[in-house]
Design a protein around this ligand. Structure first.
Ligand code: GLY
Length: 258
């Protein structure tokens, strides 16, 4: 099934080494290696049949390669978010400019103060969106997002989370009813209707895989998750994200797929 035609990514900047991190995966990102991993990520996306728009790096924003957070791109509208991390709020103008190439002005919506919302907390399942209430996404942000979606005939529901950065740090939808779940999301009743694949604790990082047109991109180095995804019948590609992992970034954070 071809669902996505376009992807937006943004080159990592040298200041990536100062990106926000929980310290869960120690070490500073190696910028040159991060660039090579970004090249491989783009190549993998292209193998999934999408056009890739590559935005230039912005040294003012260390985390700005994680384009998933400042916008949510749906079939009917684009939502420019209001990131909860103060150092990330200024990422939105560049994303807005890019999004304008794909969405008419009257289909671009905004999350505004005091609402905060980051795209990493938003998981699309058809026309329904699960939204993590996290340290980055607050209740007012979710309320505004729900009102925007309702205008376009779409819905959302809130999923409180306490242990990880974003919702999609721990749960990701692979289409066809399949969902990867780890940690605090394993037994959440919110996801009971789906075929849940439980990710082993020592491979929790790889809960963050992305489905792109029937191919699933899996982070390199997680054999149990790779086998599980293949077992679901998907074609798989692997990409090494070791340098992004050090600042809590994963495969989904690095692109907007629409
Ligand atoms: N380092 C990614 C984030 O904290 O938003």
């Amino acid at each position: 099934m071809k669902k996505f035609s376009h992807v937006i990514v943004k080159r990592p900047c040298r200041a990536l080494t100062e990106g926000i991190t929980s310290g869960l995966y120690p070490g500073k990102p190696d910028y040159e290696l991060a660039l090579r991993q970004h090249d491989a990520y783009i190549a993998a996306l292209k193998q999934c049949g999408v056009d890739v728009t590559v935005l230039p790096a912005d040294e003012a924003y260390p985390d700005s390669c994680f384009v998933e957070d400042p916008a949510i791109l749906t079939r009917a509208c684009a939502v420019i978010t209001n990131p909860g991390a103060p150092s990330r709020k200024g990422e939105t103008p560049a994303i807005l400019e890019a999004v304008r190439q794909f969405y008419p002005e009257d289909q671009i919506e905004f999350i505004r103060d005091p609402g905060t919302l980051e795209g990493g907390d938003v998981m699309m399942v058809g026309d329904h969106f699960f939204v993590g209430r996290s340290a980055r996404t607050n209740q007012e942000g979710i309320r505004q997002f729900a009102a925007i979606l309702a205008k376009y005939g779409m819905t959302c529901s809130e999923v409180p989370l306490t242990e990880v950065l974003h919702l999609k740090t721990g749960v990701n939808y692979l289409e066809n009813g399949n969902m990867l779940v780890s940690g605090e999301f394993v037994d959440k009743p919110d996801f009971a209707a789906y075929h849940r694949v439980r990710i082993p604790e020592d491979e929790a990082y790889a809960a963050n895989c992305i489905w792109v047109n029937d191919t699933v991109i899996v982070p390199e180095g997680y054999p149990a998750v790779l086998a599980a995804v293949r077992g679901l019948g998907y074609r798989t590609l692997t990409v090494d994200t070791s340098e992004y992992r050090k600042i809590d970034g994963g495969l989904s954070c690095l692109s907007l797929r629409f």
